[in-house]
Design a protein around this ligand. Structure first.
Ligand code: ADP
Ligand code: MG
Length: 915
């Protein structure tokens, strides 16, 4: 660079001094980078990390601005209706009707406050959920690997990465084994690119070619590695690309919210039209202008369901909170609605339908079957053959198998408060424990044959390899994996007499053993070895290592089905939901577990991945509805299964944990990632995360999804039927030519208190115990279907009828004011009583638990008391513009107001009898 040039301006302003300007990290050696960032190969201390976090800020890309509380409050005044009200309030003030003016403005404010409170708390609970589902990263802190939220990563942190991890910051690779990244978010290149911990000598290389660097926003496709964080947050490469950030925070409305918004718009214009018509009609009848105007305005306010979207938001937000308590984190709000109509759940087996705690029961070496005693992961237990301890010759063979079980393994066992626990894959934990029982320890193996290389497990290959150096300087590969596949790569076998070529008879014998163990619901692993030269090639490819193998033996382990999964499956069946098991395990193991859980009947068999490959898409479409168990599948098969089900018109939920599952998860209607075993990539692709990996939690989420939908529907029904009643009552009065039965204030009061508050309680009603006893609703079902509208009109007619009846009667015998009081009280009572029946469209009143929604009970009691009190207390009567009347009269009105409730219960009864 010429010295006359001005010093280069940093690409982006650094927010703090300690953040280095962009550098050519890729041209530095790992030692230089470590030194420059004052870190070490085992990362930072947690105090140092905390300090850096404080001075540099969290590792987050700036999203679009969050909506502030103030904006939510102002948003309450956006609707036309509110402005009509405000104008009406001002007009009545100008005309000297001070009580009206104050009451109307008070109602406007109250309405805004309630609306604000609801929306604000919904917003807050969704934000809290987002935090729970935020990505995690594995970093070295205080010399050990820890999972921390990605936002807490600082420069100098050392990341530990494996397939399926998201890269949480820009980092320089320190070590890498078969490491590949997908960098499409950054470079547009969709193929995974190979990464290596080398030092590049050119500074000017495009991002995509900096193969010793990994970048925030990309993901690890394969292998494992360790990397030093050099930039976080907006200092990262992706942080520099401003355009990409707009994409974050794409919180759309759910389909239901969208539908209701447009439905609401129709209702607004329809009711405004009716109100305008009534206004004209009233004018023609010569009604006093002011009174007519006020009534029309209030009627418009009452008839327009402006609270509709809010109610849906609240029902969704609260439901989502409730789901999280049942271990289902919803990542995308529309998923809640889809969950309710899910009719197929495709689920993993291991850890989801089963406990995921394995115990090795059987070892098979050199034609001999051994039993292993002892439960759990502890070292207590022994290897026996036909009830006796193994002899010396047998013990030697067993130790050879144990070399594989322990030597090709990434798990660790630890004693935690008296119990042996696995750190890592439970399958591998069980293998360790079995190896111990066969007389070998990790220390022994590590000492005699140190580990040199590893080709990690992947669920498509279904095996993994570890290469160790033998005492004589040569190397040996230890391979464990699915026996049927492994056997295809074996040419020799270990026997009591030594190694000899594998015969067809041997193959048949091993295959028989494999099926026999699998049929006992055991998960079976095969073990094999291969001797390699003293000098290993630079690149070790799986295909080159895992061939010409010597078969060593089989390991059979038991993983009991979850008891709660069995109940959950029964629940699914009564709810009309099909459960499909999809596993990488052996078809016999899968079928045996499926039978134990009640997924299939006695003689059903599993369809294997190989058989699936034989089917054309058309053939699969035809068969898919009959298959309940798929075994030995790869991730690609999962996607085919999802597609075939979708083509049959089903709403499919699909679970997954590995990187390879992401396409199937994206393709499903509901993609479910496993919280514990799932990789970050899978989680990011999912609609929902099950935090305990348990099948029962998925079913619980479906149940909640159905409940939320029901709640939205009944709230809607309650609100709209109420509006319908008011509209009908007023229309009838004007058409007949009577004075207004309800005053403006009464309409506003009913809208806000008698209808509004119970509606809120309905939106948060506990789930009915029967939701999982009904078939799923169809995806295309409209929430406002014929039955809905029918009930709405009937209810409106009934409440309007009752109120009109008492009004007409009182008009004859008493003053107009008294008649209005009666009409008002009757309508309020009818609405309040109706709220209880509205809790279910099918369940009769006397078979509901009325104590399960205490809020509703409370709200109704309070409204009721205010109403009754307003007929006794002159002050309140003045405010609500009612007349005083004796308690006995209230009781009389109450007994008439119960009619709509009773009729509606009768309709329910009829519907139950004739479905
Ligand atoms: P699933 O998760 O559906 O049970 P996996 O893909 O985990 O299926 O396993 C498929 C097969 O791969 C198993 O039946 C077993 O033989 C083999 N396998 C599983 N885990 C390991 C492991 N850690 N090491 C070696 N082989 C394994
Ligand atoms: Mg697995």
């Amino acid at each position: 660079m010429k010295s006359s040039e001005p010093s280069p301006t940093p690409r982006r302003a650094a927010p703090s001094v300690s953040t280095a300007p962009p550098q050519a990290w890729h041209t530095k050696t790992s030692e230089q980078v470590l030194q420059q960032l004052q870190s070490s190969i085992t990362g930072l201390s947690s105090t140092e990390a905390a300090q850096r976090l404080l001075s540099n800020g969290p590792n987050e890309l700036k999203e679009g601005k969050r909506i502030s509380a103030w904006q939510i409050f102002l948003g309450q005044f956006k609707s036309l209706i509110v402005w009509i009200l405000i104008v009406a309030g001002i007009i009545s003030g100008v005309l000297g009707e001070m009580v009206d003016a104050i009451a109307i403005l008070a109602i406007v404010v109250l309405n805004a406050v309630i609306g604000f409170y609801q929306e604000h708390s919904a917003e807050k609970s969704i934000a809290a959920l987002k935090k729970m589902a935020a990505p995690q990263a594995k970093v070295w802190r205080d010399g050990a690997i820890k999972a921390v939220p990605a936002a807490e990563i600082v420069t100098g942190d050392v990341l530990e990465l494996e397939a399926g991890d998201l890269v949480a910051a820009d980092a320089r690779l320190l070590s890498a084994a078969s490491f590949k990244c997908v960098e499409s978010a950054l470079t547009g290149e969709s193929e995974a690119v190979e990464k290596q911990a080398v030092t590049l000598d050119q500074a000017e290389v495009p991002l995509g070619d900096r193969k010793n660097m990994i970048f925030m926003g990309t993901s690890v496709a394969a292998g494992s590695g360790r990397a030093l964080v050099v930039a976080t947050a907006m200092q990262t490469e992706i942080g520099g690309i401003a355009g990409l950030l707009a994409e974050a925070g794409a919180d759309e409305d759910t389909p239901l919210q969208q539908k209701l918004t447009s439905f609401g718009r129709i209702l607004v214009w329809a009711s405004l039209g009716i109100v305008a018509l009534l206004f004209v009609l009233g004018l023609l009848r010569g009604m006093p202008f002011l009174e007519l105007f006020m009534t029309a305005v209030s009627l418009a306010v009452a008839a327009v369901p402006e609270g509709l979207p809010t109610v849906v938001t609240i029902a969704l937000a609260l439901g989502v909170m409730r789901m999280s308590r049942r271990r289902a984190l919803v990542r995308k709000l529309p998923a809640v609605e889809t969950l309710g109509s899910t009719n197929v759940i495709c689920t993993d087996k291991t850890g989801t339908l089963t406990v995921g705690e394995m115990t090795v029961r059987v070892l098979y070496v050199a034609g001999q079957t051994f039993e292993i005693t002892g439960e759990g992961y502890g070292p207590d237990g022994e290897v026996r053959v036909a009830g006796k301890a193994a002899d010396e010759r047998q013990a030697k063979l067993l130790r050879e198998l144990a070399n594989n079980l322990i030597g090709c393994n990434n798990a660790h066992l630890a004693l935690e408060s008296g119990q042996w626990k696995v750190l890592g894959d439970p399958t591998e934990g069980a293998m360790l424990s079995a190896g111990h029982k066969a007389g070998i320890t990790e220390e022994q193996i590590e000492h005699e044959m140190p580990k040199r290389h590893e080709i990690p497990f992947d669920s498509d290959r279904k095996r993994q390899s570890v290469i160790r150096r033998l005492p004589d300087g040569r190397h040996r590969a230890f391979i464990n994996g699915a026996p049927d596949l492994l056997l295809q790569h074996c040419t020799h076998i270990l026997t009591a007499e030594g190694i000899r070529p594998l015969t067809d008879a041997d193959r048949a014998e091993i295959a028989d053993q494999n099926t026999a163990l699998a049929a006992q619901a055991l998960r079976v692993l095969g073990s094999a070895q291969r001797d390699l030269d003293a000098v290993l090639p630079e690149q070790l490819k799986a295909e080159e290592v895992e061939r010409d193998l010597v078969f060593v033996g089989l390991t059979g382990m038991y993983d009991p089905p979850r008891t709660e999964a069995k109940e959950a499956i029964a629940k699914c069946h009564s709810a009309g939901i099909r459960v499909v098991m999809i596993t990488g395990d052996h078809p016999h193991t899968a079928a045996a577990i499926a039978r134990e859980l009640g997924i299939t009947t006695a003689d059903a068999v599993a369809l294997s991945g190989a058989e699936l490959d034989q089917l054309s898409d058309d053939e699969l479409h035809q068969r898919v509805t009959q298959v309940a168990v798929y075994a030995r599948v790869t991730a690609a098969h999962k996607l085919r299964i999802v597609r075939a089900w979708k083509a049959s018109g089903a709403v499919v939920a699909m679970t997954g944990d590995g990187v390879n599952d992401a396409p199937a998860i994206k393709g499903a209607d509901i993609g479910i990632a496993m919280g514990r075993s799932g990789t970050e990539v899978t989680k990011q692709a999912s609609d929902m995360i099950v935090t305990d990996d348990n099948f029962a939690s998925i079913v619980a989420a479906v149940e909640e999804g159905r409940g939320i939908y029901d709640n939205i529907r009944k709230t809607l029904q309650y609100l709209l039927a109420g509006n319908c009643g008011e509209l009908l009552l007023m229309t009838a009065a004007i058409v007949i030519g009577l004075p207004m039965p309800l005053l403006a204030l009464h309409l506003l009061w009913i809208n806000l208190v008698t209808d509004g508050l119970p509606a809120l309680c309905l939106a948060t009603d506990p789930i009915d115990a029967d939701v999982m006893k009904q078939p799923p609703r169809s995806r295309n079902e409209r929430i406002t279907d014929g039955g809905f509208l029918g009930t709405m009109f009937l209810t409106g007619l009934l409440t309007a009828g009752v109120s009109l009846a008492v009004y007409l009667y009182a008009l004859k015998h008493e003053s107009l004011e008294m008649a209005r009081t009666h009409a008002f009280a009757a309508l309020v009572f009818a609405e309040l009583l109706r709220a209880f029946g509205a809790r279910s469209e099918t369940r009769p009143l006397w078979r509901m638990n009325h104590l399960s929604n205490l809020n509703l009970l409370l709200v109704v009691s309070i409204s009721f008391s205010i109403q009754v009190w307003s007929h006794h207390n002159a002050l309140l009567a003045g405010f609500l513009k009612t007349s005083l009347m004796p308690f006995s009269e209230c009781l009389m009105l109450l007994s008439i107001s119960v009619i709509p409730l009773l009729v509606l219960e009768g309709v329910k009864w009829l519907r139950r009898r004739s479905p």
